[in-house]
Design a protein around this ligand. Sequence first.
Ligand code: FES
Length: 107
Amino acid sequence: MPIVTYILRDGERREIDVPVGTSVMEAAIQHNVRGIDAECGGCLSCATCHVYVDATSTAELAPPDDSELELLDGVATERRPESRLSCQLVVVAAMDGLVVQIPARQG
Ligand code: FES
């Protein structure tokens, strides 16, 4: 299974085997990764699943679509070029090595 690394607010790193077809948000919730709130459950309406793709990430990601880009305008912390909504990052094999940072706050 692809491995996704979550860097928590305190710097702790959590490496999780994520089944293909599971979103980065869903895997975080299932493994009690702190800092991804996902208030809407992944229906692309809350922006509380914001993450930053870390510069060390080796994953190949599809670019965000227009709906994700629009919602990223409403994130609670600074929006950066590497900002993504983790509910939209559905894991495929090419995403092995993905490293995401949890922002300081979600709401
Ligand atoms: S979980 Fe609400 S937008 Fe991602």
